[in-house]
Write a new protein. Structure first.
Lengths: 472, 472
């Protein structure tokens, strides 16, 4: 689908037309660059990958330089560096801060990938590899769009500041401090995020809300060392039993979170918004087919989309203890471990929920074991973009031009912690304008990105900047 | 403590005296042999250790040959081989079948060992290493005692058949078939087991009952692949939540197992036996200090020793799912895994309990996930030795002679599956006559064996055989 073929699209100005033609010429090169970029295993969670993180940051900085960006720098943080670059030559036009992240999730479980996670592999109209969808593909195409605009027209239609962080997958812990320290350099009119993901492969969509996040890890300690479960079983509290009871006790039989105060401040969705959700092209049957889950599940009284987008959750992301190898080992383990995270909605303060959860788990821990919380700080508020925001309005028009159909406005179950930082530190709203799709196995084996989305995304970003610049 | 120093001991016959003297001469050599034997990582649960299992079996067979045993052979099974050797020259005396096992538990968690598990290391009066206590030390000293008797007197006081298996730590799955197939070759008057373990380092004891065992492993399946817990959390049942609820639901708030029918056939201990337990040198305070557990725990209405020896249990030995690495990963995992085992008491049929457990877990599995049981067959009945059995009577006398104090009669929380096989296939009772102690970190890091127990055990076995031969 190209600019000229979309029915009902506005006439395309010559500069934009030349840009889009250049992007079409460069299609193969664009994909080759993504394959090179995603080949760098920039796993922010694992310290062994620190050199790869540095390599990915350097690669990205070089690409920004090559695109004609100025002041390209690595901005150090207490963790992984952010990559910055800008073009500020459009004096009367607005300034947008473009956000993305070059770090990726760990590839575990490795054995479930069908292609090597860090050797991006093209299969038909998809490229498979860790990070291609979240967020290297969507990030890279913004740089490629800027490059083409500059090459074809000698300028950008508005001022752009690129800020690509390296810690999104571990909670963006150091970015708030960085943004605070660099507030003057990051001044802009609003943020456009390349991270986010479209809701469906079949319909263009804009994500206008996202859930917040708080994460927690704890260890349940029992005996001082592993014991023989025959000799001691029944007379020492098994940390795995205690951990299982703590986890099981987080929800009641209706799927509601039992942590006292958890739902404080959470409001019910207005009836018209609930109604609007029912008009989206979504069925539970298709969802079950997509996920492979045996049955629909969730908090009683809500639909699947309400549960995903507008209800808070507590979810265990990892749990382990005792013998997990081949065969059996009759051990009563010294400890059990649980990693969990909450998704939050407007009205919930992440730090308060974190505290409520800790208090609840501590109070529920029986005397035969003790609980220890792993230090960590992984918070994000829920987010919502005002309906009348100019970027939201322009983005709907651009998506209609590119796809020839009206964009759906949807919520997002996931979180982009940085959006809260942009709001609270810089006072900026954020538009999510990503060309990833939610079914692309992000955070899972066989992550992929749809290759046509590279061109569509480049075109959409060029058009969006053009539209916002013309209107500036 | 030697034979001649024990107060009230019977006069020692010359042949036995010569044997004990020879064992004292060989004390250093005996320890060196144990260090060599325990240096072979014969982990039966892990297929990578198959060559080590073969090496350990060959080592043991050679040691039996060297001790003067006849018909030494490796007896193949569908799993690891058993090692057999015999001396049948005492025509009018009884025949004892001596049981032990040369396989060991996996050494995990490796990082918690203070010395390398398969480089046995002497520290003061202890030797540290995987298997030194369970069961290589207690096993080896029986062969060393036979060797000394034959060397010193030219004969054994009774007929001995040694049967050492290689699958005790994985449930002795193939030994029942082997014993059935070799029933004629294994004919004996009773069994003496070198596996079992004394109850306390401070008092000699005889273990006269043991709990049975049944083990079960299951996987809870949810979505077809790992999902992003932000996007999908709250609308797909998390297999870790379901597994935790299944585990938590196995016990009620009084620590009783909830599986319907689990306690069928279980009888309460007679009041005089409960009373006898209270006279043993045991306190909860000392037990907490020994285990490092924060508080006493267990089924309401029973003491700690009752819970350990005479009450059945369900215990989770391992549980895992989701992301277990460094940092966080917001994943909703496709599956969760649980390994568990039950300890059983007289009146419980292991296969029936296994079935009850499966039925209960299946029935409790909610519709949003499905449960799959890992095939496996790891069963043992509970065991008890009659109070008037001649081996029990002789063993008490021998322990008094060696230690100068009356032996305690105690129960055992653990299981020796093979005892049930000897009972049901060969019709034989078994005496547990081990010189390991229950606090020696078996199945855990830093397993150790008390070096003086090597000599004490050798002396006790020589005396026991002498006593049983003289009485035969």
């Amino acid at each position: 689908m190209t600019a000229t073929s979309s029915p009902g699209a506005a006439p395309v100005p010559a500069g934009l037309e030349a840009t889009l033609a250049l992007l079409r010429e460069r299609a193969d090169a664009s994909l080759a660059e993504l394959i090179e970029f995603a080949g760098i295993p920039s796993v922010s969670a694992q310290s062994a990958h620190r050199p790869d993180m540095e390599r990915a940051a350097a690669w990205l900085a070089a690409r920004l330089e090559c695109a004609g960006m100025k002041s390209v720098s690595l901005w150090p943080t207490a963790g992984h560096p952010a990559v910055y670059g800008e073009w500020l030559g459009a004096l009367d036009a607005p300034t947008v801060l473009v956000y993305g992240h070059y770090d990726v999730q760990p590839p575990d479980p490795l054995e479930r990938w069908h292609t090597p996670p860090f050797t991006p592999t093209v299969v038909g109209e998809r490229v498979y590899g860790r990070g291609v969808s979240d967020d290297k593909g969507p990030l890279l195409l913004t740089v490629q769009a800027a490059d083409a605009l500059l090459s074809a027209t000698g300028r950008l239609p508005l001022n752009v500041k690129f800020l690509f962080e390296g810690e999104e997958e571990v909670g963006s812990a150091h970015l708030p401090a960085l943004v605070k320290g660099r507030a003057a350099e990051l001044r802009a009119d609003f943020v456009i995020s390349a991270d986010g993901g479209m809701w469906s492969a079949d319909f263009p969509s804009l994500t206008v809300s996202g859930r917040g996040l708080t994460a927690l890890e704890f260890t349940v300690h029992g005996p001082a060392h592993d014991l023989h479960s025959g000799r001691h079983g029944g007379s020492v509290h098994n940390p795995l039993h205690a951990a299982a009871a703590l986890v099981a006790g987080l929800h009641d039989e209706h799927g509601r979170v039992t942590v006292p105060g958890f739902y404080d401040g959470v409001t019910e969705l207005p009836p018209e918004q609930r109604e609007a959700l029912t008009t989206l092209p979504f069925t539970d049957a298709a969802y079950l087919q997509q996920t492979g889950a045996p049955a629909i599940y969730g908090e009683a009284g809500y639909t699947t989309l309400e549960r995903q987008w507008h209800r808070p959750t507590v979810e265990v992301n990892g749990m382990w203890g005792g013998y997990t190898g081949e065969g059996s080992k009759t051990v009563l383990p010294a400890e059990a471990h649980v990693k969990l995270s909450c998704r939050l909605v407007p009205g919930q303060d992440p730090e308060r929920v974190h505290r409520l959860l800790r208090d609840h788990l501590s109070a529920e821990t029986p005397p035969g074991v003790r609980i220890e919380f792993v230090p960590g700080n992984h918070h994000a508020r829920a987010y919502a973009l005002p309906a009348t925001h100019p970027a939201r309005v322009a983005a709907r028009r651009v998506l209609r031009d590119v796809y020839g159909t009206e964009a759906l406005e949807v919520g997002m179950g996931g979180s982009i912690p940085i959006l809260e930082t942009f709001q609270s530190v810089l006072g900026l709203d954020s538009l999510l304008f990503s060309f990833a799709v939610g079914d692309e196995n992000i955070h899972a084996p066989d992550e992929f990105f749809r290759i046509p989305r590279v061109s569509q995304g480049q075109e959409a970003w060029a058009r969006l900047w053009w539209a916002l610049g013309a209107g500036g």
